[in-house]
Design a protein around this ligand. Structure first.
Ligand SMILES: Cc1cc2nc3c(=O)[nH]c(=O)nc-3n(C[C@H](O)[C@H](O)[C@H](O)COP(=O)(O)OP(=O)(O)OC[C@H]3O[C@@H](n4cnc5c(N)ncnc54)[C@H](O)[C@@H]3O)c2cc1C
Ligand code: FES
Length: 286
């Protein structure tokens, strides 16, 4: 049975170690949970719930941002980065150090760690969150999972990251410090290229003469556009879907998406257990 199946997930209380502002409406929360930190892979996610709350009653999915080592050097804590958009994420902004939350994880399949010369990570809005750990894995700086997975290092790791306005950019310096080549865009022109982040794909892919793999996370329209550009450029592309989820463990089917199989037919797949990462060419976006 694949290790990402939800019945392998750990469920329990986690202690908040930090909850700090990174950018406008954007926060990084650090949770002590060695059981998840030890096993989680880039692209997997947690369901996080506020205990004692009946509104919202259900947990919410948040992607792994990074794993933090404890004093003994072993994986100890999990960093998540969240945009305060609705009920749970707004309440989360007021949660203090020492508070207890409820978590399930690790969940989902995560990114395939296929060798590539150039990994291009394409993020829209809060879609950059799954990419810090992925970049560290592909730069040979960190091994994730139990047993730890070895990734053939990429020669180049790039991040194309677009937001509506510059004050929403979160974690850019962390990516740069790793050695990631960062290309920014804003819709209002306040920072970087003025326009859509998908406009940045083709020039960056051409830097490596097409020997590139794209991974993409963000609004569905952006991922759909990226899938089409990748098809035209002839480079592989995977997307990490952000479908709303009620259970996160494969029971409720609230997260289904139409996914094509090899024969051209489609079927509904659950983003929480069969995703969130899918081949871009297989996704029926609308
Ligand atoms: C696999 C996966 C990984 C994810 N990773 C991250 C991550 O790392 N970081 C992150 O920030 N997000 C992430 N998300 C998205 C995140 O799960 C959602 O933003 C979160 O569930 C929102 O929960 P909430 O209770 O705050 O919002 P909710 O209250 O559930 O609202 C959800 C959305 O609906 C809108 N909304 C709410 N009420 C109304 C209303 N009355 N009318 C109109 N619109 C309304 C809100 O503005 C919001 O955009 C991920 C999603 C998935 C599936
Ligand atoms: S969220 Fe319940 S099946 Fe996916």
């Amino acid at each position: 049975m694949p290790t990402h199946y939800a019945d392998h997930a750990w469920h329990g209380p986690v202690t908040v170690e930090e909850n700090v502002t990174l950018a406008r409406d954007t926060y990084r929360i650090r949770l002590a949970c060695p059981e998840i930190a030890r096993r989680v892979l880039p692209g997997q996610f947690l369901m996080l719930r506020l205990p004692g709350e009946s509104d919202p009653l259900l947990g919410r999915p948040l992607a792994l941002y990074d794993v933090v080592a404890g004093p003994g050097g072993q994986p100890h804590s999990i960093d998540l980065v969240y945009l305060a958009v609705g009920k749970m994420t707004r309440l989360l902004t007021a949660v203090g150090v020492g508070a207890t939350l409820e978590a399930w994880g690790p969940l989902g399949n995560g990114f395939p760690l296929t060798p590539t010369k150039h990994l291009l990570m394409l993020a829209g809005g809060i879609g950059q969150t799954p990419f810090l750990a992925l970049a560290r894995a592909y730069l040979g700086l960190q091994r994730y999972g139990d047993p730890p997975r070895q990734v053939v290092p990429a020669e180049q790791v790039s991040l194309c990251y677009g937001v509506r306005s510059g004050d929403l950019l979160a974690g850019v310096e962390e990516f740069r410090r790793l050695g990631v080549s960062v290309h920014l865009s804003t819709e209002d022109g306040s920072l970087g290229y003025r326009g859509l982040v998908t406009d940045l794909i083709a020039p960056v892919v051409r830097q490596s003469a097409g020997a590139c793999r794209i991974v993409c996370c963000g609004p569905e329209r952006m991922m759909q556009a990226a899938a089409e550009i990748a098809r035209q450029l002839g480079v592989p592309c995977q997307v990490s879907l952000e479908s709303p989820m009620a259970c996160g463990i494969g029971i409720c089917f609230s997260c289904v998406k139409k996914i094509r199989d090899g024969s051209g037919h489609w079927d509904y797949r659950r983003t929480c257990v069969e995703g969130p990462v899918f081949e871009a060419a297989d996704v029926e976006f609308y």
